[in-house]
Design a protein. Structure first.
Length: 133
């Protein structure tokens, strides 16, 4: 007997399609490093997804210790095939960046709120960045 599509589980699947650096600057008055990036997250699944967070993560120097940024982006949801695009600035205390280089990436559904087909594609690749002088 053929299986109706209504019986096949429909699931959202968020994928970080793009993470591009716009700039890394210093805010001297607040003693912060400003990481400005272009983010594109797509729902490649077959169902709409509800609200989720996009968070930034950094690794100072050559350490493997990953730290979540203080701020997150709240997204209200995405229909199947829809994308969320935003230029966003993550502001982090200058004191955490002791080395001249650091790595940065983002994660869609940072709070792990959604049931998804795959969680493996929620992370972007790492960007290797230089602390501004």
């Amino acid at each position: 007997k053929p299986v109706s599509m209504s019986y096949i589980e429909q699931q959202a699947d968020l994928r970080v399609a793009e993470l591009n650096l716009v700039s890394v600057t210093r805010n001297d008055s607040k003693k912060e490093i400003r990481i400005q990036v272009l983010i594109l997250v797509k729902n490649t699944g077959t169902a709409a997804c509800g609200p989720f967070q996009i968070s930034g993560y950094y690794q100072p120097g050559n350490t493997q210790k990953e730290t979540r940024c203080r701020e997150s982006i709240e997204v209200t949801g995405l229909a199947p095939g829809a994308s969320f695009v935003k230029v966003y600035i993550f502001n982090e205390p200058e004191s955490v960046f002791r080395e001249p280089f650091f790595s940065f990436r983002i994660k869609a559904d940072a709070g792990d709120r959604l049931s998804e087909k795959s969680k493996q594609n929620n992370y972007s690749d790492w960007l290797r960045l230089q602390k501004p002088l």
